[in-house]
Design a protein around this ligand. Structure first.
Ligand code: CAA
Length: 692
């Protein structure tokens, strides 16, 4: 095995270098080698200063996250750090790139910390459902005070060098190569110009009232999360002797480690990264500096805003001057909003405005690198536009459609360059939502797929590769499980009971509240369009149609499933009357549906359609579906995603559930072959991820 930690003697300095690419994660091998190097350096009579630094792009990015959930292997980090703190030879840490989690905890066990360049430090464990378990909750407050430590540990945010210096986490901020800085700082320790002290011996006071207030605050902010509260409990022990406090921290760390939320959050961490592993990842992306956007509605303006915020030049196209002016105005107010939210500086906004051009003439798209069509959702309109784009755009321009449902193979066939045509499906509001579905049509060239992924990175979005079908990954699955919510209403639940039950499960918003937000006319139009193809055996609820026909279109008309003239919006009483009538028409006697049954049916419906999407190859792997719902649909991150959640239930249980539901509705509730196979052979969606 390569030397993941090395000890180099330069004069009287013992340089300990971490070298475990890509991010120097503190894996078992690194811990073992680090302990060995420390022991050797401490025992060497010639070494009077030990300096730690990282090779490659960072100091240490924390524990190796892949090891969580497995039996911890000795040596674990806390005793190594405690031992380091006791070594008679002063130890200093030189931090560049990132020093996160266990990486910062190693540095806190040193007697001085020097930041280099654009270093970022932090204790982000809470974002993984755990807490800093190698002394972070005990040593950070000794340097920063309890208030700052609570804030940094319960948010897990990354802190830039200058702020870390102000907070006391760093003793110095400088520039240079980490190894050179290490040698320079060792000299300063000898000269007494870089003071050293043992952090574990610094006294700190804890105020019980402050701890109680912090606990109340984290519970109010994230009532469903387990680890933020545990972080505060651990920090509360920091006025004890260091080893005693660390025992408490360790016990709380283990509790978090055993929590299903830890597994869900770590799965979500890897999902965000796994989606980039696409068959086209070795293809060279085409360069994109200018984007033409067709359509200045909510979606087109949102996409334009996202592109402008990423530094791209944007040309907006609309049919007439009025629509163009409205689109431009929406973009400018989106940019103002971004400045207000701290996502953009005022001068950045001015520059973005200068990069925005608007035109009603499609011919002006002759020089753009990429076109995103976000026009009306109608095949005739799209085919007409793509025929024109084919004649206008320069060779090699990527021609993308933002369609949510339509067949991109047909759109591509309208051009003589189907290899350049792709789906780039954004989610509203497009300058805020992180998901981008990159829909690969039959003839899309690999470098065009790579360009879609590169654009997503530029826009700071998570791209998921999807195949062509009605609704691709996300909307196809949504269309299916959304019906389950309508059936639950027919059978006896109220829309607000369903919303509340699903929000309690963790969804950011229940389906009826979400519909009120996006507008009930959208679903109404889609259902009308699809009516001719609806199978005769399909159960159909007329409730949503009747609500739309009453002119209740959600927030935009003040009334939908809810009455938005009041805050918080109560249920619209008129909807209950419609539901009663429709139930009577169907001859249904409503029954009481417990919340657990609501969640089970809704989630099972979701897993069923997701299984089909995997089996048909529309999604590459189950983890791509997890990422789709985490970043585009408000699925609770701590549950890891719908397929990870499915694994916590197990395929056999899901199949048994479907067998009971099928008695009410054999058309809707059918066991997908993939799920049946998994139930038979005891495999999981995680197994499928590992195979892919
Ligand atoms: N363990 C294992 N693998 C890790 C890792 C970690 N701590 N951090 C990153 N990686 C992996 C990623 O999965 C990715 O792998 P693939 O290339 O196979 O997908 C690779 O390293 C590069 O990571 P990114 O793509 O994220 O690279 P980036 O430059 O965009 O970001 C980073 C780098 C800021 C370090 C980011 O990866 C990150 O935030 N990592 C997690 C940091 C963290 O949470 N640390 C705390 C760990 S828990 C802990 O330390 C507990 C404790 O108390 C001891």
């Amino acid at each position: 095995m390569a030397n993941v930690v090395t000890l180099e003697k330069v004069g009287n300095t013992g340089l300990i270098a971490f070298d475990n690419p890509p991010v120097n994660a503190a894996s078992h091998a690194l811990r073992q080698a680090f302990q060995d190097c420390l022991d050797r350096a401490a025992a060497d009579p010639d070494i009077d200063v030990i300096a730690l630094y990282g090779k490659g792009r960072s100091f240490v990015a924390g524990a190796d996250i892949r090891e969580f959930g497995k039996t911890p292997q000795d040596p674990i980090l806390p005793p190594i750090i405690n031992r380091m703190e006791e070594i008679a030879t002063p130890v200093i840490a030189i931090l560049h790139g990132v020093a996160l989690g266990g990486g910062l905890e190693i540095a806190l066990g040193a007697q001085a910390r020097v930041g280099v360049g654009r270093v970022r430090v932090g204790l982000p464990e809470v974002t993984l459902g755990i807490l800093p378990g190698a002394g972070g909750t005990q040593r950070a407050p000794r340097l920063t005070g309890v208030t700052a430590a609570i804030e940094m540990i319960t948010t897990g945010r990354h802190i830039h060098g200058s702020e870390a210096l102000e907070m006391g986490l760093l003793d110095r901020l400088t520039d240079g190569e980490p190894r050179d800085v290490a040698l320079e700082m060792a000299e300063e320790v000898r000269a007494g110009t870089l003071p050293v002290r043992t952090v574990g011996q610094i006294a700190v006071t804890v105020d019980a009232q402050q701890i109680a207030a912090a606990k109340a605050a984290v519970q109010a902010q994230s009532p469903q999360l387990y680890s933020p509260l545990k972080c505060v409990e651990a920090i509360a022990a920091c006025d004890r002797p260091i080893l005693e406090g660390m025992d408490i921290e360790r016990a709380l760390f283990r509790e978090c480690l055993d929590s299903p939320q830890r597994a869900g959050l770590i799965h979500a961490f890897f999902a965000e990264r796994a989606v980039a592993k696409i068959p086209e990842r070795d293809a060279t992306a085409r360069s994109v500096a200018s984007v033409g956007i067709i359509g200045g509605g909510t979606m087109g303006s949102g996409i334009a805003t996202a592109c402008l915020m990423a530094g791209l030049r944007v040309r907006l196209n609309e049919r007439d001057a009025d629509a163009l002016a409205r689109g431009r105005q929406t973009i400018l107010s989106n940019l103002d909003g971004a400045v207000k939210r701290g996502k953009m500086k005022a001068d950045g906004r001015t520059n973005a405005e200068h990069r925005l051009a608007a035109s009603t003439v499609l011919r002006d798209f002759d020089d753009v690198d990429l076109v995103i069509e976000a026009a009306f959702e109608d095949m005739g309109v799209k085919i007409d536009l793509f025929t024109q784009l084919d004649a206008i755009c320069k060779p090699g321009a990527v021609l993308a459609t933002n369609t949510s449902y339509l067949d991109i193979d047909r759109i591509a066939a309208a051009t003589a360059r189907p290899q350049d045509v792709i789906g780039l499906h954004f989610f509203s509001p497009a300058h805020i939502m992180k998901l981008l579905e990159v829909v690969v049509a039959d003839k899309t060239a690999p470098e065009v797929v790579a360009t879609g992924f590169a654009l997503a990175t530029k826009l700071k979005k998570v791209a998921v590769r999807a195949g062509v079908c009605d609704g691709f990954i996300g909307n196809r699955i949504l269309t299916h499980y959304r019906k389950a919510a309508d059936y639950l209403v027919l059978d006896g639940a109220s829309p607000d009971q369903i919303d509340d039950a699903l929000e309690e499960f963790g969804w950011a918003m229940g389906p009826f509240r979400a519909n009120d937000l996006s507008g009930l006319d959208i679903g109404y139009a889609t259902r009308k369009r699809r009516a001719p193809d609806r199978p005769a055996a399909e159960r159909y609820s007329e409730v949503p149609d009747r609500i739309a026909e009453a002119g209740w279109l959600g927030r935009k008309t003040g009334m939908g499933y809810y009455d938005h003239s009041q805050k918080p919006a109560p249920a619209n009483p008129g909807v209950a009357a419609i539901i009663d009538t429709v139930r009577a028409d169907h001859g249904i006697t409503p029954r009481a549906l417990p919340d657990v049954e609501i969640v089970d049916r809704y989630m099972t419906a979701m897993i069923v359609e997701a299984s089909r999407v995997i089996e048909e190859g529309i999604a590459q792997r189950p983890i791509d579906i997890d990422a789709t719902f985490l970043f585009g649909y408000g699925f609770p991150r701590w549950r890891g995603g719908p397929m990870h959640y499915a694994d916590t239930i197990g395929a056999a249980t899901l199949v048994a559930r479907i067998a009971t539901y099928t008695r009410d509705d054999p058309h809707y509730w059918q066991v997908p072959p993939l799920l049946q196979r998994m139930a038979d052979d005891g495999t999981t969606f995680a197994d499928l991820n590992a195979e892919a």
